[in-house]
Write a protein that binds this ligand. Structure first.
Ligand code: SF4
Ligand code: SF4
Length: 139
């Protein structure tokens, strides 16, 4: 996944992406329009900014952009550049380790199980090894 960063030049800065973004609404340091601005001015080390990892990949921005800018895909491209340069934030690497070990981004404990029980939901398996296998096959 990902897109050619040059597609960012279609952006005219309307801000629809930012106003549609659930992460920008709760975390003021994340602003997809700002990311597009930096792409347009050719900020070469943009892929090193930790904020690109805050995107939840919900695609609201991409669905709504009046210019058809593939905002989420461009953020994905920046993440790919970050991975290739070996500069992925430690928190992301820890999540990857957890997925390898248990198939989950963080280990489930009794607290999580009790919350599920209260909501009338069944217990979850602590390990989903199939996910870890898929990950190994695709790396
Ligand atoms: S919605 Fe599209 S055109 Fe508007 S600021 Fe975001 S990327 Fe640019
Ligand atoms: S895909 Fe990322 S940038 Fe776009 S709206 Fe969702 S969280 Fe925000």
């Amino acid at each position: 996944m990902g897109s050619d960063l040059r597609l960012g030049t279609l952006c005219y800065g309307c801000g629809v992406c930012t106003s549609s973004c659930p992460i920008a609404r709760t975390n003021p340091i994340f602003d997809p329009r700002q990311i597009l601005r930096k792409i347009i001015v050719g900020k070469e080390d943009l892929y090193l900014e930790n904020t690109i990892w805050l995107c939840s990949m919900c695609y609201n921005c991409q669905e709504r952009c009046p210019q058809g800018v593939p905002v989420a895909d461009l953020i994905f491209s920046l993440r790919n550049l970050s991975c290739r340069s070996g500069s992925v934030p430690q928190a992301i690497n820890l999540q990857l380790d957890s997925i390898r070990a248990s198939g989950k981004t963080y280990p489930l404990d009794e607290f999580d199980m009790k919350k599920r029980e209260k909501a009338g939901l069944p217990r979850l398996k602590e390990k989903v090894t199939d996910v870890a296998m898929l990950l190994e096959e695709n790396l």
